[in-house]
Design a protein around this ligand. Structure first.
Ligand code: DNO
Length: 385
């Protein structure tokens, strides 16, 4: 597979020169300064592409070209926003950047409750605590009908937690769930926004009455409209699974398991409608047998995220070391190397280790942690080959 790395643009403290030294071949990035829904111009694409190529690398994958909320909930501006999306895709196609990762998660992208979960060796990883998240839902958002999603015993425990939690802990939870994890990728909420909870609740209300079937239809509509430009330029769209892969906060999620992915690939049965095989997201769902899914969907996979998770008996999950956990990455490397030795792959997330901690990296996107994982995967690839 092609060794790629998610790089956040010219402002990223991890420079392209550093990435060349650690064996990275291709760059995964986006025009992070362009607000969601606006056109990616040929000039801006050309500028970033040249910058990457001047460092001896190539722009392999766009992650992400964000899908605006109105496309997902089917708002009035939907067609205008899809028109813009088509123009951006055409501009990328003309520049020769032809693999585009995106997701179709309403309002909230990936969800974690703890960005610095301490491991015995002193490094830290990312963690999802089911109870803390339920607390956020019921006591902080105060979401209508949230109580119905939890058992009586769970609600009792939340009540207890409410008596002991401090204001600072609440603030940290809000900051983690809807600001720190979302700000750098999603555009809905940014660092520094006042009252993120109110913004978030307003966004949630846009999906009142939108269930799984409707969201699926909106995805089908979107894909059907963009397929012609993808065919014209040979662009492969790759949808990212939901993370974690299940319904959250009363929002529908439609990329959670084998049945969902099969539905999407069949709904628009075109080779340009492909998948980002994110082993990390899929492995945090107990229903998913990750290698079996890789075997089934390898032919429509256009991009791979190598990361792994472990699910704890109480339903919490933790991001596991890359060679451990439910992601079964060694097996995946075998499957994908055989399918397409040029398939772009990036190691996803890494621990905070050595001097990563105080560098202000985006959560999950440390330098040493990811470099360590990349070296492990590099070794696995060599052995498999
Ligand atoms: C977080 C990732 C997400 C994901 C994008 C894809 O680290 O799982 O940023 O890559 O949502 O669109």
């Amino acid at each position: 597979m092609e060794k790629t790395w998610r790089w956040f643009g010219k402002k990223d403290r991890i420079t392209l020169q550093m990435l060349r030294q650690i064996g990275v071949e291709g760059i995964v990035t986006a025009l992070h300064d362009v607000p969601n829904g606006e056109v990616w111009t040929s000039e801006a694409i050309h500028d970033l592409k040249t910058y990457i190529e001047d460092a001896g690398l190539r722009w392999s994958v766009v992650e992400s070209l964000p899908v605006s909320e109105a496309i997902k909930y089917g708002g009035d501006e939907r067609d205008r926003l899809i028109d813009n999306y088509i123009v951006s895709l055409g501009n990328l196609g003309k520049a020769g950047v032809k693999t585009v990762c995106y997701n179709f998660m309403p309002v909230i992208d990936w969800i974690r409750t703890d960005l610095n979960y301490k491991l015995a060796d002193g490094s830290t990883t990312l963690f999802f605590d089911k109870e803390k998240f339920a607390y956020f839902d019921v006591f902080i958002l105060k979401r209508k009908n949230a109580g119905k999603d939890y058992s009586k015993a769970e609600l009792d425990r939340l009540g207890e937690l409410d008596r002991s939690i401090t204001e600072a802990e609440k603030e940290r939870l809000i900051d983690t769930v809807i600001v720190k994890t979302q700000g750098f990728i999603n555009g809905n909420i940014k660092e520094g926004d006042r009252n993120p909870v109110a913004i978030f609740n307003r966004l949630l209300s846009l999906y009142d009455g939108t269930g799984k079937d409707r969201l699926r239809e909106h995805l089908r509509y979107f894909l059907t409209r963009i397929m012609p430009v993808c065919e014209e330029y040979g662009i492969n769209m790759c949808i990212h699974p939901d993370d974690p892969p299940r319904q959250m906060l009363g929002l529908p999620r439609i990329v959670t398991d084998t049945e969902d992915i099969q539905w999407i690939l069949d709904a628009v049965d075109n080779p340009h409608n492909g998948l980002t095989f994110c082993a990390g997201s899929l492995s945090s769902g107990a229903q998913n047998d990750v290698p079996a899914m890789a075997r089934r969907f390898a032919g429509r996979t256009r991009f791979v995220h190598l990361r792994s998770a472990d699910i704890l008996p109480n339903g919490d999950f933790i991001e596991a070391p890359h060679l451990e956990g439910r992601g079964r990455l060694i097996e995946l490397v075998r499957i994908f190397e055989k399918e397409d030795p040029l398939l772009p792959m990036r190691v996803d997330h890494g621990r905070l280790m050595l001097d990563d901690a105080d560098k202000g990296y985006n959560p999950g996107y440390s330098f040493h942690g990811r470099m360590y994982a990349l070296a492990q995967i590099d070794g696995v690839m060599a052995a498999v080959k």
